[in-house]
Design a protein around this ligand. Sequence first.
Ligand code: SF4
Length: 372
Amino acid sequence: MSVPVSQMWTVASYVVRQKAARRKRYPLVLMLEPLFRCNLACAGCGKIQYPAHILKRQLTPEECYKAVDECGAPMVSIPGGEPLMHPEIDKIVEGLIARKKYIYLCSNALLLKEKIHLFKPSKYLTFSIHLDGEREHHDLSVCREGGYEIAAEGIREALKRGFRVTTNTTLFDGADAKSVRAFFDEMMQLGVEGMMLSPGYSYEKAPDQQHFLGRARTRKLFRAILSNRKKSWRFNQSMLFLEFLMGKRHYTCTPWGMPTYNIFGWQRPCYLLQDGYADTFAELIAETEWANYGTESGNPKCANCMVHSGYEASAVNETFGSLRGFVDTVKATLFNRYPDAGASRLLDEMSSPEHAGALVQIEAQSLEETRA
Ligand code: SF4
């Protein structure tokens, strides 16, 4: 795992303090969406489908600081939209660094080279660059030819200037598992600090509804990709969450672990669903019917979900909330390469001509797939 010790220490001590205070629901990462505007129109994203008058709106830096202070999470992820399109993104970042928050500024990097002079390298600031695989796969995923190369150039520039840089990758059904592994090699050669992965979630508003993964297929895909792991690969996320994606662990969703704030307020219950908004973080926590969410709840909107914003906080909670979780995390980080002959066969099958490039269509998802 590539997370710096100071960041790990901040998160670990924060979790221990929450446990000592017997706080039942606490946030780990605030998902701060300062705007929905974007300079891409990815097929798997529901954010830019808002009408023009919503897309024009944005949070002010002061509104961002207020949300961050209210929430109290030690890490802030700034997705969007494309945050580099916000005219005061530098001021927002500066204010959060002053608050000693670890920031993941999630960008497609199309504007990174142009705007990088607005920022100063800091251990608190990481550019988390959206790349969905090797050149051809990424360009197809973001519906923009040349998108990969521009992002790679942005990464090189940011690294040259001494910034922390990670990648974030969303995988959809039909992803070419061998190509994803080759992409990991490419990213390590490029010199990024670490990589983050998540399966896609079936946004109701996303134009492409056919390629979202069900739970059984998610586990199969991630087992093929992440077993027989290369020593050189570094991941900037919870090792136990990756084991969850591979089907080696079971977690229930903790949507309050990564709460979302945007121009509408505090989004219920999570980054993905929009069952209304709360005016304050305290109201979000106290008045959301949390039992209605998560795979076990029977809510069909949650049935296939395994995304990081619902389940990674559950994994982090296990790491810092129990000795067993901590020991398992250390083992997973330092020693476990997940040898698995079955996964190698799976990898060959998934890359066979019948499967390759097929972007398998999930028709009406079977009950087995949904409940797996
Ligand atoms: S299961 Fe997924 S969609 Fe449902 S509440 Fe959790 S994160 Fe949100």
